[in-house]
Each structure stands twice: as structure tokens, then as C-alpha cells.
Design a protein around this ligand. Sequence first.
Ligand SMILES: Nc1ncnc2c1ncn2[C@@H]1O[C@H](COP(=O)(O)OP(=O)(O)OP(=O)(O)O)[C@@H](O)[C@H]1O
Ligand SMILES: [Mg+2]
Length: 152
Amino acid sequence: MRRPTVASIELTTHSSEETIARGREIGARLKPRVLVLLSGDLGAGKTTLTKGIVSGIGAATEDEVTSPTFTLVHRYDHEARVYHVDLYRISGLHDLETLGLEDVFSEDAVVIVEWPERFALRVDWPVVRIQLEHVAEDTRRISIVDDENVLR
Ligand SMILES: Nc1ncnc2c1ncn2[C@@H]1O[C@H](COP(=O)(O)OP(=O)(O)OP(=O)(O)O)[C@@H](O)[C@H]1O
Ligand SMILES: [Mg+2]
């Protein structure tokens, strides 16, 4: 009997540059119509990792990627399309609807979401779950769960 394989990857980085480099490797493996969920406390490194992911996808350079803390959604659209969403300030369905995410999920894009536990998005796209933990000043643990073998 074949069982679904569950790929999980654990890595540790010791600087934001190293986190960006790991993000770039992840991004290079992502093709449109993937949802990337980034969990972790404030300052864990979700936006930093996103800089690498977006640049690995080819949607923007790492310097162009900034936190969507107040704007809530950023779109990067060079060689491929990425939406970077921050749900930290989303307090309900009404707020979520103002983001216009339904339209986003009909596009050929990669969607990266910070604070995904704030609001459960229902999408039938494959999901990559990434948890970032603050271990020490410049040390972060990054745990990736890739149930659907998106990064294979
Ligand atoms: N190894 C590391 N990986 C990532 N960031 C690091 C690392 N070491 C130090 N940092 C610093 O930690 C901070 C991470 O901030 P970042 O905005 O990426 O966090 P965040 O998880 O997106 O937070 P928020 O929930 O507020 O959006 C940055 O100031 C970064 O320079
Ligand atoms: Mg952030």
C-alpha cells in the first residue's frame, strides 16, 4: 500500500543573510499556485525569509520586499507573481474581504501568508507550512512541513 510521504525539513540559521539564502533556495522550488504559511512570533524572521523566497521565485529582489504590516498585502510581479500577506491585524471576515484575496486565488501566483493562525484561509492549493523560532539573538530554527511534496 502506498502511503503519502510527509517531507519535513529542519534547519537553523545564524544571521538574517543566512535566512534569506535559505529562503531563496525554497523560492527556487516554488511554482505558482502554492500557499506558503509562515508561523512564528514577532521578529521570528517571517518577513526576512520572505525576502529570500520572493527573490528565489524571481518576483522581486530581496531589497524590494518589505513587511506588509500596515498595507496587509504586497504584490511582486517581475518574472512570476507573488502576493505577500500579513494577517496580524485581521480581526474578522469583513477585514479579510477587504483584502480581495478571493481574486488572488484565481491567479497563477505564489501566496505567502504571515500570521496564518489569525484567520484560516480556505483554498485548495497545495500548502507549505513553515514555522520560525527565535532561538537566540541571531539564531533561528526553521521547520518546514511539505505534506504535498511541493518542494520535491
Ligand atoms: N537568523 C536570523 N534570521 C532571520 N532574522 C534574523 C536572524 N537573526 C537576526 N534576525 C533579525 O530578526 C528580525 C526579524 O524580523 P522579521 O521582520 O523578519 O520578523 P517577522 O517574523 O516578520 O515579524 P512580524 O511578526 O513582526 O512581522 C530582523 O531584524 C532580522 O535582522
Ligand atoms: Mg513580518
